[in-house]
Design a protein around this ligand. Structure first.
Ligand code: SF4
Length: 499
């Protein structure tokens, strides 16, 4: 690989926008670049040799933000000969060559289906002194074949599928990420084992629609079986998944969650709207009754389950009565948390050209009422936990005020955020360790535990965190599948739902 100065490797920085799947893709981008000899730039380094933007086309104003950030980098690049800028992810898949037309100082544009090409594209652009734009129309190799530099010592993402066969009218994902491709269960479990072998305690199985996992190889119960198989992996303490889809949710998944001890009793299931008319217009083919029915069964099987959701307010044509129905479902659903979004047009989606687009102030006003309703419910749900003992997996970066308050933070088994006092154990608890503590206070979005911890377990993940090591999963050693074709570059996933 070319070096910045004789003998010194080129440095890189990845800037990530969007959903968890993009975050995981960025781990792959980092793994690829490090395999190619690049080293990660220090956080404060304002002039890395390579800056990669992993973009999202789902969030509002994604393009303005990208072009604004590219604009800021232009003078930096001018002063730093040899610097390269690469743009990947959903927005790159969507805008393609337009990116280098609008920002000719960009060196590489790569799409969602060919992350693996990035090192070669950077080399080629440097050699030819010209921009390289490479976008593939479909996935050739499952993205998990890529080497991955994991960000966490204690928790890891594992893709089970990419793409989506649904056609929600507000969502750009199907056109940018393609049809669902399922990874073979044996390969998924190998990756999970590799993570656990390196000390990881918690794994989140990722897919746009985990409940349709198996559609490609004809097993509609494949996801429940996968959860049960995760239960057989020694050392794996927590299994989570995202995102389920109410349309495809089957009862065997609830049974698998309830009967597999390491599967966490937390469910993040996008509702989007409580109104059946709006769900129809969104082309979400379940109705509120089915949604609430699933929640009821989950609670019957796991009374301690924490259920969270995504809700879009102000979808085209949404009436006050439709919105009231969403509030009803929020009250009936008793969510422990909800991600709420104001609908806004995404070019390229069917909803963007629908009649009945609502004025901003109507959307804003409903949004504020929705947040007030959600917070009332989540606060009441959290208060029920005061006095309870929770098991916390200690995390990095979850408590902004920790330094000031002397607490540490992490997630309970049900996914709730817990800020806890460290008592006599201050300085001995590391990220990745497990702490048991008693909840003393509840807020709408977190719990506090201000007594001394009841127990502290040092873990291998904590040892790794203390030693500054992060796991790497070398995709090729896992015997991962190629999809259809040649052993060339790979691809990623996008985020279900978030409009
Ligand atoms: S919102 Fe989720 S289920 Fe619907 S099309 Fe987008 S990715 Fe698929």
């Amino acid at each position: 690989m070319t070096t910045a100065a004789a003998g010194s490797p080129r440095t890189y920085q990845v800037r990530t926008y969007g959903c968890q799947m993009n975050v995981h893709d960025s781990e792959r981008i980092s793994g690829l670049l490090e395999d190619a000899g690049y080293v990660r730039a220090a956080e404060a380094d304002e002039q890395p040799d390579v800056v990669v933007f992993n973009t999202c086309a789902v969030r509002e104003n994604a393009d303005n933000r990208l072009y604004g950030n590219l604009g800021h980098l232009r003078p930096v690049k001018a002063k730093h000969p040899g610097m390269q800028i690469a743009v990947g992810g959903c927005l790159a898949q969507k805008d393609r060559g337009d990116i280098v037309r609008k920002a000719p100082w960009v060196d590489v544009v790569f799409g969602t289906h060919n992350i693996g090409s990035l090192p070669a594209l950077l080399d080629r652009a440097r050699h030819n002194a010209a921009a390289e734009v490479e976008i593939l129309e479909s996935l050739e190799v499952f993205p998990s074949t890529l080497p991955t530099r994991r960000e966490s010592t204690y928790a890891g993402w594992v893709s089970i599928s990419v793409g989506c066969n649904n056609t929600c009218t507000f969502c750009i994902v199907p056109s940018l990420r393609g049809k669902e491709k399922d990874r073979r269960p044996g390969d998924i479990l190998s990756e999970v084992r590799a993570l656990v072998d390196s000390g990881v305690l918690e794994v989140t199985l990722l897919g746009q629609n985990v409940n349709s996992y198996g559609v490609e190889f004809g097993d509609r119960y494949a996801f429940g079986k996968l959860l049960r198989a995760c239960g057989d992996i020694d050392g794996l303490e927590r299994v989570r998944f995202t995102s389920p889809h109410p349309k495809d949710f089957t009862d065997d998944v609830i049974a698998a969650m309830a009967e597999t001890p390491n599967v966490c009793h937390s469910l993040h299931m996008p509702l989007q709207s409580g109104s059946d008319d709006v769900l129809r217009a969104m082309r979400r083919s379940y109705r509120s009754e089915r949604y609430l029915g699933i929640i009821e069964k989950v609670r019957a099987a796991m009374p301690d389950a924490a259920i969270t959701t995504d809700i879009i307010v102000g979808f085209p044509g949404e009436t006050e009565a439709d919105f009231a129905r969403t509030l009803d479902v929020v009250r009936e659903g008793r969510f422990s948390s909800a991600f709420t979004f104001q609908y806004s047009k995404r070019p390229g989606t069917p909803a963007a050209t629908m009649d009945g687009q609502l004025p901003k102030q109507v959307v804003q006003e409903r949004y504020e009422r929705l947040i007030a309703c959600v917070e009332e419910i989540t606060w009441a749900e959290n208060k029920k936990l005061v006095g309870e003992t929770v098991e916390v997996l200690v995390a990095v970066g979850e408590g902004r005020k920790d330094e000031r308050t002397g607490r540490m933070s992490g997630r309970a088994r049900d996914g709730r955020l817990v800020h806890f006092a460290t008592g006599d154990l201050a300085g001995r608890i590391r990220p990745g360790d497990i702490v048991h503590t008693t909840v003393t206070y509840a807020a709408p979005h977190h719990l506090n535990a201000d007594g001394a911890p009841l127990a502290h377990r040092r873990t291998r993940a904590g040892d790794a965190a203390e030693a500054g090591q992060v796991p790497r999963t070398p995709g090729v050693l896992l015997g991962l599948p190629t999809i259809g074709a040649p052993a060339v570059p790979p691809a990623p996933v996008g985020g279900c739902a978030a409009p």
